[in-house]
Design a protein around this ligand. Structure first.
Ligand code: SME
Length: 205
């Protein structure tokens, strides 16, 4: 099967069936490669394209998912070379813990998320620090929400949890944004958590 065909979605699927379908397609797409950049790039594309093809619930109209992507903990990136003139560089910046923008589909987004306990804010930081999925029906009502796109109305963020030596380590988050209020349901949460688990375990970190 050509790789692009993995984003084809059969008609009339219930949400649980939709996420099971995405999971199966991802298992096949991510096999044979364990680099996180490559696998997260294809995962964001497959999830985003599949949601766009899932017409009854998302599609490309007013309910569309307008962003799908990953933020990954800084230490997994090659050592950053920060320009001395970077506006982002202040005296305390080097002490901050951050997630950096990883592979995504959609419009340009915030380059980093501060996850320093006590200094963090936003849905991604909360999902990462609390190690739990944040289902946000109305982003305007979420304290500290960071607006990358003013058109986004609802959001869901899953932590990427890696099991290592009996411990659960958060390596980043998977974030979906939607143009509609209440875009995501509990079925989406269960399906996306399973997908996030597959993605994180398909990579070497
Ligand atoms: N809304 C997120 C920021 C990331 S963008 O939505 C892509 C937050 O509050 O953390």
């Amino acid at each position: 099967m050509p790789h692009a065909d993995s984003a084809l979605v059969p008609p009339n699927l219930e949400r649980r069936e939709f996420w099971a379908h995405v999971h199966t397609q991802l298992e096949s797409l991510l096999s044979g490669q364990r680099h996180w950049v490559t696998n997260l790039a294809n995962a964001s594309s497959l999830i985003y394209s599949s949601l766009a093809a899932y017409k009854p619930h998302f599609g490309d109209g007013e309910n569309a998912v307008n962003w799908c992507g990953f933020y990954v903990e800084t230490s997994f990136f090659p050592k950053a070379r920060v320009s001395p003139k970077s506006p982002d560089q202040d005296n305390n910046a080097s002490l901050d813990q951050r997630l950096l923008l990883g592979p995504f589909c959609g419009k340009p987004a915030c380059q980093f998320i501060n996850v320093t306990p006590g200094k963090s804010r936003g849905v991604c930081a909360d999902a990462y620090l609390q190690r739990k999925t944040m289902l946000v029906p109305d982003v305007e009502a979420y304290p500290g929400h960071i607006a990358c796109d003013g058109e986004t109305k609802s959001e869901i963020v899953c932590p990427l949890l890696l099991k290592q030596n009996g411990e659960s380590i958060a390596v980043g988050v998977l974030d979906l944004d939607c143009l509609a209020l209440n875009g995501f349901s509990l079925d989406d949460m269960v399906g996306l958590e399973r997908v996030a688990n597959l993605v994180v375990n398909s990579c070497d970190w």
